[in-house]
Design a protein around this ligand. Structure first.
Ligand code: TTP
Ligand code: MG
Ligand code: MG
Length: 362
């Protein structure tokens, strides 16, 4: 039995909690690229801003066009969010020793043993976790409890904001049937449109397809996943990550490009995920690298030495400059995938944190 935790509008909520004067106004946290005053993308939007159609990944300028004039725009404070994230994860860890930090604001916990397999007890357990996070960090989150990880994540998503949803084994069929395919974790735009070509719109439609049909379109690995997940059967154990020598994340771009502006969001997202992983491992890196995979599936990499605990902005600057170098050395290269790798890892023991490092060193 799995409990899935996801903080609500995480970065924006942290800002809202710490700056109560902004409460009830549309608030967006932005990754500014520095190119012009308003170039960059939205990283997180509170629910008031979302009512105007603003969401993560949107260019800041587009968001400004949608939002009223009293809206609040704040720059990301990544080190701070990572610290808050660690505090939340430390609270969550008390609710099961079998826990995995999935992202800066998500954790999965196998709670089977802690609640003796009882979904009623699991609901109480989850409610306690929500209360403790609210009391100690003033943060709201949404929690899903279900027989496996995929279902628990979907339950948490369905419970947003500030919700708690338990899907017990008898309810799985009904819960899944009503959902659109894109509610399944791992089903993005591309998968969704391939499924549409097969006449599939809902998870229930998907649950009627044979695995061979899926294999023809997606290959065996993804086919197996969507086949099982749509039936509520995809299951894998929750495991803590082992010792890491390097941490990397590679993302596929929406389309092939040479434009730095167009890849800014992917770069920021990959860096965020890498920093979050390092932070949850309590590690700091001494090398930063960029991984470029071209439209012809050639790979180029570059790396630089960094000061452990370098700021997010500094790291973004270095990544942009390495990318610029790769582009100017290869004038005909088109970017297809982009990745960030941090290596030369040092363990941050005891109470020291990334923030403590950077404060100490600067
Ligand atoms: P999410 O959990 O996807 O989003 P959220 O917490 O802002 O909103 P929700 O209530 O729907 O959970 O992501 C967690 C944080 O990761 C988010 O606050 C900011 C960051 N992030 C980005 O920087 N860019 C992105 O495209 C996304 C999706 C998230
Ligand atoms: Mg969230
Ligand atoms: Mg999340």
């Amino acid at each position: 039995m799995v409990l899935f935790l996801d903080l609500d509008y995480f970065f924006a909520q942290v800002e809202e909690v710490e700056k109560p004067e902004y409460r009830d106004r549309p608030l967006v946290v932005c990754v500014y690229s520095g190119r012009t005053e308003s170039s960059g993308v939205v990283s997180s939007a509170n629910y008031v801003a979302r009512r105007y159609g603003v969401k993560a990944g949107m260019p800041i300028r587009l968001a400004m066009g949608k939002l009223p004039s009293d809206s609040v725009y704040l720059p990301v404070r990544m080190e701070h969010y990572l610290k808050v994230s660690r505090d939340v994860m430390d609270i969550a860890r008390k609710y099961s020793a079998k826990m995995r930090v999935e992202s800066v604001d998500e954790a999965v916990l196998d709670v089977t043993e802690v609640v003796d397999g009882s979904f009623d007890k699991a609901r109480e357990h989850a409610a306690k976790l929500k209360t403790e996070i609210l009391e100690r960090k003033s943060l709201k989150c949404s929690v899903g409890v279900a027989p496996n990880r995929v279902l628990a994540k979907m339950a948490a998503e369905a419970a947003k904001p500030d919700g708690l949803k338990v899907v017990n084994p008898e309810e799985v069929g009904v819960f899944l049937a009503g959902q659109p395919v894109e509610a399944l974790p791992g089903v993005g735009h591309k998968t969704k449109s391939l499924l549409e070509d097969l006449g599939v719109r809902t998870v229930a439609d998907l649950g009627r397809l044979d695995i061979d049909v899926l294999e023809n379109v997606f290959g065996p690995k993804k086919a197996r996943y969507v086949y099982l997940a749509s039936r509520g059967l995809f299951d894998e154990p929750v495991q803590e990550r082992g010792a890491a020598k390097q941490v990397s994340r590679i993302l596929t771009l929406k389309r092939n490009t040479r434009s730095l502006d167009e890849v800014e969001h992917a770069l920021a997202k990959a860096l965020t995920q890498v920093l979050n992983r390092l932070s949850s491992l309590r590690m700091a890196a001494t090398r930063l690298g960029i991984i470029v995979i071209t439209s012809e599936i050639k790979t180029f990499t570059k790396q630089v030495e960094i000061r452990p605990g370098s700021s997010y902005d500094e790291l973004m600057r270095l990544l942009r400059s390495m990318l610029q170098q790769v582009l100017s050395e290869n004038p005909s290269l088109m970017l297809r995938r982009l990745g960030v790798r941090m290596s030369g890892l040092l363990s941050l023991t005891g109470q020291s944190t990334l923030t403590a490092w950077s404060e100490h060193e600067s």
